[in-house]
Design a protein around this ligand. Structure first.
Ligand code: AVI
Length: 313
């Protein structure tokens, strides 16, 4: 998910986030190295984290309807392919001649090829979302439609303005008649959300703390992971879960390859990830502002989640 162009780009981002005035931050892409990606896969299996199962249920139940709304022979490009499990139902229903999984993780792309190779010609694109979508769009023949998939509510991990800008950039890669299937987690009671992001087995805590372990491994940091704890907060005004790492004590941490040291007060936090939750009308508005028409919206009621089919106009 995260591939700073250069090693020193990672160092620069870490230094900027940890030395910022006010709230310290770390870029959420740091969550997804091989260990973090494996921990995220485990999160998706937790009974408290209903998001991924809801996403998959909607896709399974509505894949045929989705296929009927698209021109035959549409090419599929998926932003952040993951393991490709959810995409199987879409490729079975369409069917498509060509599927482009786009991811910065070579391991995820390899899993995707193994999982879906029998259903379409799979051409993995190992790069960032927009760069990859541009390349996939360039491969479509005149008159051949493109369906872009952005599932799993990854859009919720963008700041709200960045999410609008991102959708506009996706739209700019598409032609009228192309489509985007967008998965968004919906607002639900805070106690359900907090349990999903602070599970009693501690998997999400390990996922979050792995960021510090990664800085130690890759940037020569000396974070003592036992002196930080995982915290999930529901920010009602911003409609988002925030993941933080809270310092248990006063401490000083050095990161040699980022050429920096930073002090923490007891209780001070690093904001590591935001997970926005949407209302249906918000999805419609933000999509319209980006140049899409909402063609269909399907919901899961067990775990409120929406899949929106957005047509490029
Ligand atoms: C990848 N993304 C949609 C997940 C989410 O729910 O926002 C990441 C995650 N963070 C903690 N648990 C899962």
């Amino acid at each position: 998910m995260y591939a700073p162009a250069l090693e020193n780009e990672l160092a620069r981002e870490v230094r900027a986030g940890l030395t910022a005035a006010g709230q310290k931050t770390l870029p959420c892409g740091l969550l997804y190295d091989d260990i973090g990606s494996a921990l995220f896969e485990a999160i998706t299996l937790l009974p408290e984290y209903g998001l991924t199962r809801a996403d998959a249920r909607i896709i399974r139940s509505h894949a045929n309807e989705l296929a009927e709304m698209l021109p035959r022979g549409a090419v599929v490009a998926e932003l952040g392919s993951g393991s490709g499990v959810k995409t199987r139902a879409i490729l079975e229903a369409l069917p498509t001649p060509l599927y482009f999984p786009i991811d910065v993780s070579r391991a995820a792309l390899a899993r995707c090829v193994a999982e879906l190779g029998a259903l379409a010609d799979v051409e993995p694109i190992e790069t960032t979302y927009l760069e990859g979508l541009g390349r996939a769009a360039a491969r479509c023949a005149p008159g051949q439609a493109l369906l872009a998939l952005f599932l799993g509510s990854t859009i919720g991990n963008f700041e709200f303005d960045a999410a609008s800008d991102f959708l506009a950039a996706v739209r700019a890669c598409l032609r009228p008649g192309d489509a985007l299937l967008l998965g968004t987690d919906l607002v639900k009671p805070a106690d359900r959300l907090l349990a999903a992001y602070d599970d009693p087995a501690g998997v999400t805590a390990a996922f979050n703390l792995n960021m510090l372990a990664r800085i130690n491994r890759e940037l020569g940091g000396d974070f003592n992971l036992r002196s930080f704890e995982h915290v999930a907060r529901w920010n009602r005004g911003a409609q988002r879960i925030e993941m933080h790492l809270r310092s248990r004590v006063r401490q000083r941490v050095a990161v040699s390859l980022a050429n920096m040291a930073v002090e923490f007060e007891p209780g001070e936090t690093i904001l590591t990830e935001v997970c926005h939750k949407f209302r249906l009308g918000q999805v419609r508005r933000v999509a319209r502002a980006a140049g899409f028409r909402l063609a269909a919206q399907w919901r899961d009621l067990e775990w409120p989640f929406a899949e929106s089919l957005l047509m490029a106009e």
